[in-house]
Design a protein around this ligand. Structure first.
Ligand code: ZN
Length: 351
């Protein structure tokens, strides 16, 4: 049996944040507490991270920015924004997170892992080419897509971002690039303020950004119906060779930073949709990278629900979960999405 890969490492505890900061090492320790048992199961295998090289980091970031983050390792504490900091080991943790995703992608594309999940910190999707923001230093998922394209020779990568916050950094890094389709569902209005329907990419990348901004209050049924309707249609047209997920868990109903109503079972259903889509379009090649999620017990339950699904321990039924969706929440999304996206994606024209 080909196992589900899991990237985990103590280095990810070494990125420190200020007392009271939501992005704390406790997030990871709750998840790691039951990881040893899981890794005793032959259905799972640990994948060791590696540091992304300077040259690799510069695929998605400027060389000057990479040097700035690297220089933070010389200091006890560096403040990039009011809520985004580096401790002396943050550079190492952030490049191991990105390199861990590259190692996971390598295994999945080689057929040595059926799929994989990277359980690291700091998160990445807010990091811009030249700027740290939103707790993020290096944009892991963007670097992973660059690795798949440049080092493995894949032609097209689909990035799904289901974090409650819009992945502004990922969108901007690829907004003129037709080889990476960025598809995001996120709460709006909310931090960072980007991610309108009308942000669809530009130049050769026009149409290769698909944003679904959502008001507060969407839960398992609504998210499941939206994803089950939109993702397979996009994937059939785009034909990705790999799907990456910026897997944020701050849409959980207990999360202090989000206003959504997801549960751990809902994340399993979303995972099943992405697994089914990947099976149909790209030999099941799927790697998830953990982004947000700031209620440690809810985060740990949700991550393990996703790992159960990835490893085939559970088999969610997205059709059943989505059947109770509140159409007052989902119908306006389908209408707006069809209107904006029909010129780019005919499959979304009649939702
Ligand atoms: Zn988030």
């Amino acid at each position: 049996m080909v196992p589900t890969g899991i990237v985990h490492d103590p280095v990810f505890f070494e990125h420190r944040t200020e007392p009271g900061h939501p992005e704390t090492a406790k997030r990871l320790s709750r998840i790691y507490a039951s990881l040893e048992d899981r890794l005793d199961d032959p259905g799972y295998a640990a994948i060791a991270p590696r540091p992304a090289r300077r040259e690799e980091l510069s695929w998605a970031h400027s060389a000057a920015y990479v040097a700035t983050i690297a220089a933070s390792a010389q200091r006890e504490w560096t403040r990039f924004t009011a809520d985004t900091h580096a401790s002396a080991r943050s550079f190492e943790a952030a490049r191991q997170a990105a390199g861990g995703l590259m190692a996971a992608i390598d295994r999945v594309v080689a057929g040595q892992a059926r799929n994989a999940m990277v359980l690291a910190r700091p998160p990445g999707h807010h990091a811009e080419r030249n700027r740290a923001m939103g707790y993020c230093l290096f944009n892991g998922v963007a670097l992973g897509a660059c690795f798949a394209r440049r080092s493995l020779g894949l032609q097209r990568v689909l990035i799904l971002d289901w974090d409650v916050h819009h992945g502004n950094g990922t969108q901007h890094i690829f907004d003129d690039d037709p080889t990476v389709l960025f598809f995001s569902l996120h709460q709006s209005p909310h931090f960072p303020g980007t991610g309108a329907y009308t942000e669809t990419g530009w130049g050769p990348g026009a149409g290769y950004t698909v944003n679904i901004p959502l008001s507060r209050g969407y839960g398992d049924a609504e998210y499941t119906l939206l994803l089950a309707t939109l993702l397979p249609r996009l994937a059939r047209s785009f034909e990705p060779e790999l799907i990456l997920v910026s897997a944020g868990f701050d849409t959980h109903r207990k999360d202090p930073l989000g206003g959504m109503k997801m549960s751990s079972d809902g994340f399993a259903a979303l995972t099943r949709i992405v697994m089914d889509t990947a099976a149909q379009c790209c030999l099941g090649r799927l790697v998830l990278f953990m982004e947000g999620g700031y209620h440690p017990p809810a985060l740990a339950r949700s991550v393990h629900a996703v790992l159960d699904e990835l490893g085939g321990k559970t088999l969610s039924d997205p059709a059943a979960v989505g059947s109770s969706a509140d159409s007052r929440l989902t119908d306006p999304v389908f209408q707006r999405c069809a209107h904006v996206q029909a010129p780019h994606w005919p499959g979304l024209g009649s939702l």
